[in-house]
Design a protein around this ligand. Structure first.
Ligand SMILES: *Cc1c(COP(=O)(O)O)cnc(C)c1O
Length: 381
């Protein structure tokens, strides 16, 4: 990503900066691999900055929501309701009603209990809810344990064994239209083999359904494509070529069947950075701490997943020194990096934590009574 240092230095830290030129280039790359039967829904939970949403909307993508608030944000940003899909294990009544009133493309339904409520609420409005069933494919992703979602032990989705029975329930329900199957195996997946395993599983399930004369109009394979956190500046755009080619090669689409994707991190991850200033260089007994004004309240991924964001000192070209880069929050886990080599830092230096466009600003909290970080886009500077 491009970091216009002079402009960035005028803003008060900590804050997020989004290179929307990189976002636009990333979206163009995504679109270059799509055919008319491939549909990408941006997973809004990765980043709901209104300017970012508008760029994604303008590129023609749909969106994938996991809450009523996200549906509202998407409608405000200009997405048409018929491109919105809505997943989540705990949809509240008002959220289901919002989806019904807006006329979203489909509810990705995660249990029979939820299916009954959607049917009831749709009946009360004399509407028919389009429903895709989220099936738990019991496919593991080689990623952090907290971000796998496709194993039988996870809370998400309906067990494969119950698929036919639940499709039967859809067909029996007066105000439900069964429109497809939905899957999502996890996040930050870099091994195409994990997606191949998902394709094989879906092929099996489709064969099972076909044998019973059940046809499926839409398949939704979720998201999860990872980004290069280690070398973000060398690989600013994820490997969409291999990702889409994997599905083209391994997933057996039936004639007319539509394939949906829900990409979050891969679309916005590399276009964002968290900008922070050095408060103190603390020379402690065993270590040298670089204490910055951003903390885990601004970017929780290192504390939550042990994630590493590359850090660049934008205002020093002195030789490197090794630091623990830490925030001001009263938690020992408020550490961005340990034993990290950084151009020699001084109080006031400006650092950028890279690859922070996804699951960064959106996960910020006010713990310690801190202010939420602001987000600026290229066009805001
Ligand atoms: C989080 C999520 C996604 C997006 O995941 P990424 O790893 O950001 O691509 C897609 N679908 C569902 C159902 C999700 O919960």
């Amino acid at each position: 990503m491009n970091l216009p240092i002079e402009k960035l230095q005028q803003l008060s830290t900590p804050y997020y900066y989004y290179d929307t030129d990189l976002l636009v280039a990333t979206l163009a790359e995504v679109k270059s691999h799509l055919t008319s039967d491939f549909h990408v829904h941006y997973a809004v939970k990765a980043n709901a900055n209104p300017t970012i949403l508008r760029h994604i909307c303008k590129a023609g993508l749909g969106c994938d929501c996991v809450s009523g608030g996200e549906i509202e944000a998407c409608l405000r940003a200009g997405f048409s309701a018929d491109k919105i899909v809505y997943a989540g294990v705990g949809k509240a009544d008002w959220e289901i009603n919002l989806g019904l009133d807006a006329g979203i493309f489909c509810f990705n339904c995660e249990s029979t209990e939820e299916l009954a409520i959607i049917n009831e609420l749709a009946a009360a409005k004399n509407k028919v809810a389009r429903v895709a069933l989220r099936i738990n494919p019991n496919v593991g992703a080689h990623t952090h344990a907290n971000i796998t979602t496709g194993l039988a032990e996870n809370k998400f989705g309906i067990a494969m064994e119950d698929m036919e029975q639940v499709i039967g329930l859809c067909e029996a329900a007066s105000h439900i239209e069964f429109v497809g199957l939905h899957f999502h195996i996890g996040s930050q997946i870099l091994e195409m083999d994990d997606f191949v395993a998902l394709c094989h599983r879906i092929n099996e399930l489709q064969d099972r359904l076909e044998a019973r004369g059940i046809s499926v109009a839409n398949l939704n394979v979720g998201g999860g494509l990872g980004i290069d956190y280690e070398q973000p500046q060398q690989h600013p755009v994820p490997n969409f070529r291999d990702y889409f080619a994997t599905y083209r090669q391994h997933l057996k689409l039936r004639p007319g069947q539509q394939l949906h994707f829900e990409l979050g991190r891969a679309i916005v991850g590399q276009c964002g950075a968290l900008l922070t200033r050095v408060l103190y260089i603390k020379n402690a007994r065993v270590k040298k701490f670089c204490i910055v004004d951003a903390g885990m309240t601004d970017l929780i991924r290192p504390a939550l997943y042990g994630a590493l964001h590359q850090i660049s000192n934008l205002t020093s070209d002195e030789p490197q020194e090794v630091y623990d880069v830490v925030g001001p929050i009263c938690e020992s886990s408020d550490v961005f990096a340990t034993n990290y080599a950084l151009a020699t830092a001084h109080r006031g230096d400006m650092l950028a934590l890279l690859s922070a466009g996804a699951y960064g600003e959106i996960m910020a909290s006010q713990y310690n009574c801190r202010m939420l970080p602001k987000g600026y886009c290229t066009e805001d500077l």
